[in-house]
Design a protein around this ligand. Sequence first.
Ligand SMILES: NC(=O)C1=CN([C@@H]2O[C@H](COP(=O)(O)OP(=O)(O)OC[C@H]3O[C@@H](n4cnc5c(N)ncnc54)[C@H](O)[C@@H]3O)[C@@H](O)[C@H]2O)C=CC1
Ligand SMILES: O=C(O)[C@@H]1CCC=N1
Length: 269
Amino acid sequence: MKWGIIGTGNMGSMLTTSLIRSGAAQADEITIYNRSSKKTAKLKEAFEDLDVAKTLPALCKACDIVFICVKPHDYKSIIEQVEGELHEHHCVVSITSPVSVEELEEKLSCQVARVVPSITNHALAGVSLFTFGSRISTDNQKLLREAFHHFSTPVEVEEAHIRVSSDIVSCGPAFVSFLLKEWISAANRVAGISEEKATQLTEQMIVGLGELFSQEIFTLEELMEKVTVKGGVTGVGLQALEDHTGELFVEMFKATQAKHREDKQSIEL
Ligand SMILES: NC(=O)C1=CN([C@@H]2O[C@H](COP(=O)(O)OP(=O)(O)OC[C@H]3O[C@@H](n4cnc5c(N)ncnc54)[C@H](O)[C@@H]3O)[C@@H](O)[C@H]2O)C=CC1
Ligand SMILES: O=C(O)[C@@H]1CCC=N1
């Protein structure tokens, strides 16, 4: 199977390296293309067997599965350039929430899917969100699921829940990092610990927490129960959180829902 990656920014580079590092694909099975050549040159330096296409039609000719890894508003220009080059055997994959399989199917005659990755896939971990189009063959569905299973947990999501699902798995690392920065700054302000030391403690706590989930040692509820010693400090801290969290997350999810609606209205394929 030949894989094509259009756009080798954050996500296109991550997909290229994760496909190779996880063993899902060999470097010589992947063709990459980017608007400027600096980013493809960097990948080629790391994996010399990668094929770097000079043009989008050349990439389409060389590949069966084609990932479009550009920003949502750049999809239109890519689709206009590739539509004549794609045939029944091709499968085009959107990696962005606002570009749905229905919209891609209207514009392209080939098979389509959407797979929204996460920066956590860099560590060969985390989730990838799958939505299949109506024309994609069962063989290609299986192939995509198996490839992504090498470096993530593929989860199917319905269109109605793509925004919130991606908020959790794809935007989540940024959201949680923001909250942890606030936590570190507060630790410094209230108790005088240096931000550097608090960052080291926090990062290692998160690594340990991830391992507990990864090894299925505790659930969220069990963790709260096990750490809360009766009459101890955790209970007091949890109560303070409960008293002050308020509508924080409701507002965050509302904001992303509103932006998603706005993006869908402004993105024309
Ligand atoms: N950053 C993230 O954590 C995630 C991003 N996504 C989606 O991935 C897509 C890409 O995001 P990033 O990689 O973060 O953006 P980015 O800006 O790092 O990468 C986009 C790349 O596309 C290239 N590009 C733009 N127009 C092009 C064209 N006409 N032909 C060829 N290459 C072109 C740019 O040069 C750049 O290298 C977005 O649609 C985003 O919604 C999805 C999940 C997570
Ligand atoms: O399309 C998405 O949902 C992702 C999440 C982060 C950026 N784009």
